[in-house]
Design a protein around this ligand. Structure first.
Ligand code: BG6
Length: 505
């Protein structure tokens, strides 16, 4: 066994960032309260942050430190994953500061710059800081301009590293994504930009690479010779909550297909990277994204849907058009299903069926690799009537694990074969519970590890897939489905035309 103390690349060593500051713009927003602050608490609780670590909140509120502290405490108590410990909070709160200001307020940004300078001595942060843009994209230009004007984005001037974290949506189409990338690149160098796709921070998603590239068992059958089709499902039981303005302008394809789902596809379909290095992994994912082919007939091979009123998990759910803030004549989709191809030697001819939707019966994200049937079955047809396709299912959430489905003999005197499943469950196999995606991703930003962050080229390639679909859908009316159903009937018909069915997720 290698000795982790001798090998600096050995990732079993606890990875603790250098002393630094994390500046959160939009710290009073939903993302900061539900994900970022709780993740910072969890990291502190796990001892993953250095003693010289400071959180700087920036927002347009007439707040003092106490108001910020109270908000942050409630957020951490309500949403943290790890147990509440007053002494951990006490330690964290001692290194939290609030800077009030609007994004066009020069004085507020000068104040922020001075605060970072002071922290160099008071907390020994050596000028290291990451700026988290937890704000609407429309506000990016103003903040980036301020970071450039004040010199806060300048590594040399700071005498340490300066990084920026950009949340999705990365633009609304290829053109706007390019503009956004140019804007960020004008202020920060490429290596200092971290684009968050929080799906890549999920343990189960990272496990796709372990499953494929650490084992000998699966790779030989991971190709069009053995694989019939791949189904990727992201079902949510929730509706659009309070995000009507954002969601109605965005729709499911831009919200989750362009990023999370195409990233999952890329990880399932990519070739083995030459090493587990950020640049190598990104290069392989990019090749897959470039090889994606669109449906020839968008009307037949894609389905958009919008939910009507119905019942989800025993509760009455309003129709999308009746959600507060949604125009009654909205044509925005809350469900999407598409059939994509990957045009390369490994995957040519294998359909990748992808579906995502709100107000479906339950929350489940999974990737199912469905294998071809055995070329010959030496059994009586009646004995294999109940035998389906072999399947390997990566259960991304909520019941994290992997399922292998295959035929087995039913006990008894006949040779009857039926599908059974073999399960790996994270909860049973490991004692530690999985960290939240944001814990991992924030830590990686502070360490400077870009492995789990898509780069600009991946983002742009993903828009190359989604833009033509959006153009073809323009002006069309989505199909409907009742809240609590598995999407519109047209989605079942789409698979039926290919002689297939959606897996019961
Ligand atoms: C976000 C989308 O990126 O992912 C939301 O904007 C969606 O619409 C969310 O609800 C789902 O994330 P998770 O981690 O709960 O699957």
């Amino acid at each position: 066994m290698t000795n982790p103390l001798r090998d600096p690349q050995d990732r079993r060593l606890p990875r603790i960032p250098e002393p630094c500051a994390l500046v959160i713009f939009g710290v009073t927003g939903d993302l900061a309260r539900k994900k970022l602050i709780p993740a910072i608490y969890d990291l502190t609780n796990r001892g993953m942050l250095p003693s010289g670590f400071v959180v700087l909140g920036f927002a347009r509120r007439d707040w003092g430190h106490d108001d910020f502290e109270a908000m942050a405490k409630t957020a951490a108590q309500e949403h943290a994953r790890t147990p509440w410990r007053e002494e951990v909070w006490g330690r964290l709160v001692g290194s939290m500061k609030f800077v009030p200001g609007a994004f066009d307020d020069d004085a507020a940004f000068d104040h922020l710059g001075r605060t970072l300078d002071e922290l160099r001595d008071s907390h020994g942060i050596h000028g290291n800081a990451a700026f988290y843009l937890s704000i609407p994209p429309a506000a990016f230009p103003a903040v980036l301009k301020q970071l450039a004007r004040t010199g806060m984005a300048d590594n040399d001037k700071a005498g340490g590293w300066r990084r920026v974290v950009v949340e999705k949506p990365f633009g609304t189409d290829l053109g706007s994504a390019r503009q956004l990338n140019d804007l960020v690149d004008d202020v920060f160098t490429g290596n200092d930009v971290f684009r968050i796709d929080h799906y890549l921070g999920k343990e189960t998603v990272q496990n796709i690479l372990a499953l494929r590239f650490a084992n000998q068992l699966f790779e030989p059958v991971w190709n069009s010779k053995y694989v019939d089709s791949v189904q990727i499902t992201m079902a949510e039981d929730v509706g659009i909550g309070t995000r009507a303005a954002f969601y109605d302008a965005t729709g499911t394809a831009r919200d989750v297909l362009q990023n999370h789902l195409l990233q999952l596809l890329a990880m399932v379909a990519m070739e083995e990277p030459t090493s587990f290095d950020a640049a190598e992994i990104r290069a392989e994912k990019l090749k897959v994204l470039r090889a994606i082919t669109l449906p020839q007939d968008v009307a037949q091979e894609t389905v958009r849907g919008q939910y009507l009123a119905g019942w989800v998990s025993g509760e009455r759910a309003a129709a999308y058009k009746d959600e507060e803030g949604v125009p009654p004549d909205s044509k925005t989709e809350t469900y999407v299903a598409v059939k994509l191809g990957v045009q390369n030697r490994r995957w040519a001819g294998v359909p990748f069926y992808i579906r995502a939707g709100k107000r479906l019966p339950r929350r489940v994200t999974e990737i199912a690799v469905l294998f071809k049937k055995a070329p010959h079955l030496p059994f009586h047809p009646a004995d294999v009537e109940m035998l389906g396709r072999n399947q390997l299912v990566v259960r991304v959430q909520p019941d994290e694990g992997v399922t292998l489905k295959f035929g087995s003999k039913v006990p008894g005197t006949a040779m009857e074969v039926r599908d059974i499943t073999m399960d790996f469950q994270y909860g049973e196999a490991f004692t530690d519970t999985s960290p939240e995606a944001y814990e991992r991703l924030i830590l990686d930003v502070l360490i400077g590890d870009r492995t789990l962050f898509p780069d600009a080229a991946e983002v742009e390639q993903s828009w190359r897939v989604v833009d033509p679909l959006e153009a073809a859908w323009k002006g069309t009316t989505p199909e409907t489905y009742r809240a609590g159903e598995w999407g519109p009937r047209a989605a079942d018909e789409m698979l039926a035309r290919d002689g297939r069915r959606w897996r019961r997720a």
